[in-house]
Design a binder for this molecule. Structure first.
Ligand code: ADP
Ligand code: ADP
Length: 226
């Protein structure tokens, strides 16, 4: 686990208005932070700078006390869950979850233990031999989370993970993600444009508009504002 400190983060694409403009947010160890705002406000760009998928134009990104501006994604020990899940279609559920551990060349016994533990936590233990095409949207989502869990990353990053699901499933998954995050106690940054998700999921909500951090407060504080 780790803290994530964003200090005066700036992102410029070309000469235009900065996509992210002097944003400072400290995410505490184990905290669940929501980044919310309309399309184009810069939330995905900010998330991608935390993971290292986007260069930082200005400011410091500090994860677990270490400045990571120049660190490659693979050296940051973070786990990102994308909205399209990015599962491997030719691999079983088991192998999809095991994949990051295979990359790390962990011993077979350890891989097996971790995959079975994660799939139990996620209620996937009945589906380990299936391929992603034969799973529901919610199950695919959970496989993506399983892959994130086994890595034992310092933090989870979610980029609109529920936006491809129907309303009912979205509600279920919302509850599931909140439950898991509490259970694992892992630092989480979650990007959404959905107000309900923003107000129900996180410990704190960062509201962005045109690259600027407009508000940073608990859902309760936001709700009680005049
Ligand atoms: P959000 O995730 O809130 O929808 P983004 O972070 O994707 O917003 O985008 C923020 C701004 O940066 C937008 O104006 C977008 O057009 C611009 N932008 C995003 N990615 C690129 C890119 N690769 N090249 C140029 N401009 C980009
Ligand atoms: P390559 O094909 O170049 O090996 P990978 O997608 O396998 O690229 O990833 C390389 C490294 O990048 C991984 O070891 C991992 O640490 C990091 N990485 C890849 N995907 C993610 C992700 N979704 N979230 C966080 N880190 C990732």
């Amino acid at each position: 686990m780790a803290t994530i400190e964003m200090k005066n983060i700036v992102k410029k694409y070309g000469d235009g208005f900065p996509a992210v403009n002097d944003v400072s947010i400290d995410v505490a160890d184990g905290e669940f932070l929501i980044l919310v705002g309309p399309s184009g406000c810069g939330k995905s760009t900010l998330l991608r700078m935390i993971v290292g998928l986007e260069d930082i134009s200005g400011g410091d990104m500090v994860i677990g006390g270490k400045r990571v501006n120049d660190l490659a994604p693979r050296d940051r020990n973070l786990s990102m869950v994308f909205q399209n899940y990015a599962l491997y279609p030719h691999l079983s559920v088991y192998e999809n979850i095991a994949f990051p551990l295979r990359l790390q060349k962990r011993p077979e016994k350890e891989i097996d233990e971790k995959v079975r533990e994660a799939s139990k936590t996620l209620d996937l233990d009945e589906h380990l031999e299936r391929k992603p095409a034969n799973l529901s949207g919610g199950q695919r989502q959970r496989v993506a989370m399983g892959r994130a869990i086994v890595r034992e990353a310092d933090a989870f990053l979610f980029d609109e993970p529920l936006s491809n699901l129907d309303a009912k499933l979205r509600g279920q998954m919302r509850t599931e993600i909140a439950r898991l995050q509490k259970k694992l106690g892992i630092t989480t940054v979650y990007v959404t444009h959905d107000q309900t998700e923003a107000m129900t999921l996180g410990d704190r909500v960062a509201v962005m508009k045109r690259g600027i951090l407009q508000q940073l407060a608990t859902p309760r504080e936001l709700y009680e504002q005049p």
